[in-house]
Design a protein around this ligand. Structure first.
Ligand SMILES: *Cc1c(COP(=O)(O)O)cnc(C)c1O
Length: 380
């Protein structure tokens, strides 16, 4: 099956043997009756497994071209489960320019438990190898990065992880399974904040992992069940519904994203525009190679280059809503330095280029003209 068909049907055979309902029922139950101790029909207790969640997990695996899917209570709960694969003394190399909450989880919690993190600029994949030693267990890649829209060459990084027999995990939240398939490029684990594009309607917080290897899936399933950061049946149903239109939404996100990026680039009140679709983006050629489109995430800095000028613009927007998060049908604007990336110290932010004058846009699927006009009036 190709992607669009998988988005609708992947893993969804026979979801309701009782009545043949086309969508899986929402099994809003904690437990399942047994005829004799251990005599159940595949489900015992909803932390360990629930049929609605299982239908979603199969869909997640299908669209990501993996074999095993796992759904969690949030994107961070999914990342947390990955980190529990490791022990004190282990080292992880991570993208330096990454989601603020991931950085907070790595440094604020797991460093305390003795895991060492190296935050490395991965624009040049060859540089990563300098940080690999006998304690290295995983490389964590986010691409496109948030909010700088750097593109990391997944295949090039996977050559390093394969050579050293360590894991490669990719946070695929920004690109989604529709635009980018990391498992096909050598990744071992793909993570999503399903809160964003997979859910797609800004109404669910959820995270997911997809892997190909059975042994790795079993370890992660053990952690999912033992630690218990699972998602509920109602939310599983909503994300399953979201996935069915992922391909259509992403096409429009890409079209509108391009229109907005090109508009901003020519504007006198705008300094830099970060969007991987520009031919002069430093990693445009890699984006073109590993992504089916360039997405709807755009960051830009103001010509005035002050915090005040950025704040004024986001306050003046009318169609774009000033809010955290991204990936929903509606357009959102954010100010990374004071919102999504406030948990990263200013000095660290400056190193990666997250200036106080930066605005991040999640371009939605409204009419392109209305979005451009809104930016025009807010900049004016
Ligand atoms: C939002 C986000 C996360 C965290 O996901 P939650 O669902 O908010 O826990 C991780 N990575 C990226 C790239 C994100 O945008």
């Amino acid at each position: 099956m190709k992607f669009n068909t998988k988005a609708i049907h992947g893993g969804q055979e026979n979801v309701d043997p009782a009545y043949g309902s086309v969508m899986p029922p929402i099994y809003q139950t904690t437990t399942f009756s047994q005829t004799t101790p251990g005599g159940h029909k595949g489900f015992e207790y909803s932390r360990s497994g629930n049929p609605t969640r299982a239908a979603l997990e199969r869909a997640l695996a299908s669209i990501e071209n993996g074999k095993f899917g796992l759904a969690f209570a949030s994107g961070l709960a999914a990342i947390d489960a990955v980190l529990k694969l490791f022990k004190p003394g282990d080292e992880i190399i991570s993208t330096n320019d990454l989601y603020g909450g991931s950085y907070r989880l790595f440094t604020g919690i797991y460093e305390k438990f003795g895991i060492k993190f190296h935050f490395v600029g991965m624009n040049d994949a060859a540089k990563i190898e300098d940080y690999v030693n006998e304690n290295t267990r995983m490389i964590w890649v986010e691409t496109p990065t948030n909010p700088m829209m750097n593109i990391i060459d997944i295949e090039a990084v996977s050559r390093i992880t394969k050579k050293h027999e360590i894991l490669l995990a990719v946070d695929n939240t920004f690109a989604t399974s529709y635009l980018q398939q990391p498992l096909e490029m050598g990744a071992d684990i793909v993570m999503h904040s399903a809160t964003k594009y997979l859910g797609g309607h800004s109404d669910v917080v959820m995270g997911s992992l997809v892997v190909k290897e059975k042994a790795l899936a079993e370890k992660l399933y053990f952690i999912q069940n033992a630690s218990g950061g699972v998602t509920g049946p109602q939310d599983s149903f909503l994300v399953l519904r979201g996935i069915k239109t992922l391909h259509l939404r992403m096409q429009r996100h890409c079209e509108n994203g391009e229109a907005v990026a090109r508009f901003l680039k020519g504007h006198p009140k705008v300094k830099n525009v970060y969007w991987p679709g520009f031919e002069d983006h430093p990693n445009h050629h890699i984006a073109k190679k590993q992504m089916k489109g360039f997405g709807g995430m755009i960051s830009f800095t103001t010509a005035e280059d002050t915090l005040e000028s950025a704040v004024k613009i986001v306050e003046n927007l009318k169609v774009f809503t000033l809010a955290e998060s991204l990936g929903g049908v509606e357009s959102l604007a954010g100010h990374p330095a004071s919102m999504t990336h406030a948990s990263i110290p200013k000095s660290e932010r400056a190193k990666t280029g997250i200036l106080d004058s930066m605005i991040r846009l999640s371009v939605g699927i409204e009419d392109e003209e209305d979005l451009v006009n809104d930016l025009k009036q807010a900049l004016g």
